[in-house]
Design a protein around this ligand. Structure first.
Ligand SMILES: [Zn+2]
Ligand SMILES: [Zn+2]
Length: 234
């Protein structure tokens, strides 16, 4: 037993069964959200944005692994306030195995971009859980990973504190494209081809989707080809 086991024993956050932070039984109880179009929130195959809902800068697909409840909610909250690498590993592994089984629309080659947090909103140890889990998911999916492609301009109030109509205003124009990546050479130095690639935007939880939509706009404005919105839970 190593130190981390003593501090944070590997047992299910919901039922206490030992072996994993997220046991399969509790995971099954959480359930999966129905795939919907991010624009109109009506049913859509593979989470594709309906042709009729598509505008110039809209996200093309969205996928959420689970509903935001039970053991998944506990895991995400734990990472937010007290990041634990082993828990992030467990979550990423279960997420990716589901993703590979249930989605045939994801790109073989893509660049995962975690939604940036303002640094004052990162937790006291400086962790941004979306960066840490995003990195694990990108590695498992064999995607490239650029944590600093998008910058966050100013502190916004947490989206969860706001009414739906306030959320769009709160988040409008909050993201910008990192000027370093306007140079093709910056991409190439990191083993990437061109900025007009397939991008996978990643966040831990999706509420109304306004954060993903806003970040997606910035990528599309800078020539992104197809943009996916990927979240652990919804
Ligand atoms: Zn359990
Ligand atoms: Zn739609």
């Amino acid at each position: 037993m190593n130190l981390i086991d003593l501090v944070f024993p590997r047992k299910c956050l919901e039922c206490g069964k030992t072996g994993s932070y997220i046991c399969d039984c509790c995971l099954l109880k959480v359930g999966k959200p129905k795939p919907v179009c991010i624009q109109c929130e009506k049913a859509s195959i593979d989470g594709m944005t309906h042709a009729r809902c598509k505008r110039k800068l809209t996200i093309d697909y969205n996928y959420s692994g689970w509903k935001y409840g039970g053991v998944i909610r506990k895991g995400i909250l734990k990472l937010k306030y007290n990041f634990a690498y082993e828990l992030a590993e467990d979550l990423a592994e279960k997420f990716v195995s589901d993703l590979q089984n249930s989605s045939n629309i994801l790109p073989r080659e893509g660049i995962l971009i975690p939604i940036p947090l303002h640094r004052l909103r990162q937790n006291w140890r400086g962790y941004n859980q979306s960066i840490e889990i995003g990195k694990l998911i990108a590695a498992k999916m064999d995607w490239k990973f650029i944590p600093d492609l998008l910058l966050r301009k100013k502190i916004s109030r947490p989206q969860t504190e706001l009414k739906e109509e306030e959320r769009m205003d709160n988040i409008r124009n909050i993201f910008s494209f990192n000027p370093n990546y306007l140079l093709l050479s910056t991409f190439q130095a990191r083993g990437l081809s061109r900025p007009e690639a397939n991008y996978i935007l990643f966040d831990d939880v999706m509420t109304t989707g306004s954060t993903l939509k806003e970040a997606g706009k910035v990528l599309k404005r800078h020539g992104a080809n197809i943009v996916w919105g990927l979240t652990l839970a919804k």
